[in-house]
Design a protein around this ligand. Structure first.
Ligand SMILES: NC(=O)C1=CN([C@@H]2O[C@H](COP(=O)(O)OP(=O)(O)OC[C@H]3O[C@@H](n4cnc5c(N)ncnc54)[C@H](O)[C@@H]3O)[C@@H](O)[C@H]2O)[C@H](O)CC1
Ligand SMILES: [K+]
Length: 525
């Protein structure tokens, strides 16, 4: 499914109206009908319910007026708080103002904060609110009257339907500009705005896409560069599992990492690789920790590497690691690597000599960020898996800047390092060096625990070992990792899952996805 920017949506609206000739008022009527349906389906009977809309002065407000009129026709008692003077409204909204009033909607003009304050006391008395203040026209942090209305909505206990966008939420970044409405439902029109998926704080609530009769070819003509990662896409990218295969067919992953106190991370990555279906996995870590890996792991092999006096990986391990890679198909570099200078040197040296696909994570990413010259990699060879803090170091900016526009951050990292970037966090973003990006909406708060990132790194490494490209491995890894957490949450609830248990859910996640896809496949027959 495509995810559009505000600009792309406006372009689609304009082309539909001006080139195809479908009047804006028709689009607005379709939008309102779809939005009203969301409320009726959510609450059932609206007869007698008190419904209030906060309406801005643009077309978003026009939508809200039309929604109220439709609910009034179903017996709801509707009040529109118009945050403007009637004469300020554009033509389509003005039509819906007149029609709403003619159909029994009470319209109260609140053009400024003083007028708003006069009604503030009465605004808590409604059963349902419609947020029609701002949509894709949002262009600056909300303040003044609009901010007061957004605050009033967020202070109310009644459910809120957001029209097109939760007001105050950027359609492009999914971040609030000042403050944003926290809605129970959002009815978005024509196409899903990317901000609705990038919004890792989920202001939108339950999201519905409403068809407003924009012809599909209008969207085809947009330069779409952002997609929602969907099951059928991932299922089609999974490495094949031929029944007659033997372990050598599924590749051999090498994990290089570990440092005193961080022996778990490379072992978790190894389990992730194994659970991803790699035929063989070897963990190479400081010699002093080898016995730990031997003890923790059964099906994975381990290999002791030269270490420094403090027990961290030494740059002298380069030759061993290169020899190990001669008979392995992918490298997972960085889990538990630690911050020793020698280990960072080793990581950079490996990045410069390895020709096999590799996934880079954790302190190997920090080493990369500090390296003066980014290594030169083949296209489609490398996956970087930064969390927002590591992403900030890779771009030389604060974490807050990363989180302010996660799509842009992932794209900038992918372009700077000529690698696929999987920016972790709720609603992870996968960006390719050419700028094409996906938003992944599988996952669970369970993932916010130490080690789940190591499992993801191993999962991606395991897919690379089976022949997936960097982009395929990042897309499948992100989706399956989140799906595994969702499956675990069905048993665990939302806290307390240990990362090693997450790895155990990976095969079920693969099976669930493949079963779902096979089902779809039969549907297609
Ligand atoms: N024909 C169409 O384009 C359709 C649009 N639909 C709905 O219309 C909105 C987009 O409407 P638009 O008038 O362009 O903008 P908004 O209503 O979102 O915003 C109104 C107005 O507010 C000003 N503004 C921007 N930021 C701020 C701010 N921080 N504080 C105060 N005022 C602000 C700005 O000038 C805007 O123009 C779209 O979301 C849909 O809901 C129809 O649904 C379909 C057809
Ligand atoms: K809105």
């Amino acid at each position: 499914m495509i995810l559009v920017s505000a600009k792309q949506m406006r372009l689609a609206d304009e082309r539909t109206i001006n080139e195809i000739g479908l009047p804006g008022i028709v689009l607005m009527e379709n939008a309102a009908r779809g939005a009203a349906k969301v409320i009726v389906e959510a609450v059932g009977e609206v007869e007698g319910l008190a419904v209030a809309a906060f309406c801005g002065r643009g077309n978003n407000g026009g939508d809200g007026l039309a929604v109220l009129r439709m609910l009034a026709q179903k017996g709801a008692v509707c009040t529109a708080f118009l945050l403007a003077k009637a004469e300020q409204l554009g033509p389509d909204a003005a039509i819906n103002l007149r029609v709403a009033e003619a159909c029994g909607v009470e319209v109260i003009e609140l053009p400024d904060e003083d007028a708003f304050d006069l009604y503030a006391g009465e605004m808590a008395a409604y059963d349902i609110y419609v947020d029609a203040i701002l949509g894709t026209g949002l262009s600056a942090p909300v303040e003044g009257l609009y901010l007061r209305a957004i605050e009033a909505l967020n202070e109310s206990d009644a459910p809120i339907l957001a029209i097109d966008m939760p007001s105050g939420l950027s359609a492009d970044t999914g971040r609030p500009l000042g403050q944003a409405v926290r809605a129970d439902w959002t009815a978005t029109f024509g196409a899903v705005k990317r901000g609705l998926l990038l919004d890792f704080e989920n202001h939108a609530g339950e999201l519905s896409l409403v068809d407003i009769s924009i012809p599909p070819h209008v969207f085809d003509e947009l330069d779409i560069d952002c997609l929602l990662l969907e099951p059928q896409t991932v299922a089609a990218l999974l490495p094949p599992r031929d029944a007659s295969a033997h372990k050598g067919d599924f590749g051999h992953l090498l994990v290089v990492g570990g440092a005193p106190g961080y022996s778990g991370a490379p072992c978790l990555a190894a389990m992730g690789g194994l659970r991803a279906g790699a035929g063989l996995v070897t963990v190479a870590l400081p010699a002093g920790l080898n016995i730990v890996a031997e003890t923790k792991l059964t099906a994975c092999m381990s290999h002791p590497l030269p270490q420094t006096a403090t027990g961290a990986l030494d740059v002298a391990a380069l030759e061993d690691a290169r020899q190990l890679m001669a008979s392995r198909q992918a490298l997972a570099l960085g889990p538990g690597l630690g911050r020793a200078a020698e280990s960072a040197q080793l990581a950079i040296a490996l990045m410069n000599v390895i020709e096999a696909p590799l996934v880079i994570d954790a302190d190997a990413l920090n080493a990369l960020a500090e390296s003066p010259e980014p290594p030169v990699w083949a296209a489609e060879q490398v996956v970087l898996c930064p969390h927002p803090g590591e992403a900030g170091r890779l771009l030389g900016c604060q974490t807050a800047e990363i989180q302010a526009d996660r799509l842009d951050a992932a794209r900038r990292i992918a372009a700077k390092y000529n690698a696929v970037c999987l920016l972790k966090g709720a609603r992870s973003v996968i960006a390719a060096p050419d700028g094409l990006a996906w938003v992944n909406d599988t996952g669970s708060p369970l993932l916010a625990s130490g080690g789940s990132g190591d499992v993801l790194t191993g999962l991606i490494g395991g897919l690379l070992a089976q022949g997936s490209s960097a982009l395929e491995a990042a897309l499948c890894g992100a989706f399956i990792h989140g799906l595994a957490a969702q499956l675990a949450a069905e048993e665990f609830g939302l806290r307390g899952l240990a990362a090693e248990e997450l790895a155990d859910y990976l095969p079920t996640a693969f099976a669930t996805l493949e079963a779902g896809h096979d089902h779809d496949h039969h549907d297609e027959d």
